[in-house]
Design a protein. Sequence first.
Length: 157
Amino acid sequence: MVNLNKIFMNKLLLFIFSLSLATSGFAQTNVVDWKFESKKLGDKKYEVKLIAVVARPWHIYSTTTPDGGPLPTKITFTKNPLAVMEGKLKEVGKLETRFEDVFDVDTKFFNDKVEFVQVVSLKAPVKTSLTGSVEFMTCNDKECLPPTSVPFSIALK
């Protein structure tokens, strides 16, 4: 006669072991740490920074990576009726360009760290926040991780 309790326990242990392996595998997917900050430049003017610190050997792609290549970093600000974006988003960091066979295009990326900087003016001297999300993709020389989206909220005081 088959012992059903023993079979159930074996399946439960196998499930827990598989779950722990899967969880440890996902731990490596967090290869970018994000920081969000603002600095007051003037009466109603702010500099907003979205800072990506990238673990070696990974890299994050530029916002200007060409079509047909990896997903470029995309920063979306939620519309705020009190704020006006001034100029274009700037990338501050060591930009590298390399032809990648897998995409068959020249890609633009950053290792270690990149700051995405946007100047913002307020329509009135009030406290508000900029919210939105940053969508990005990371790769190393052997593999790419799925695109990730990170929400943010940056206080403008």
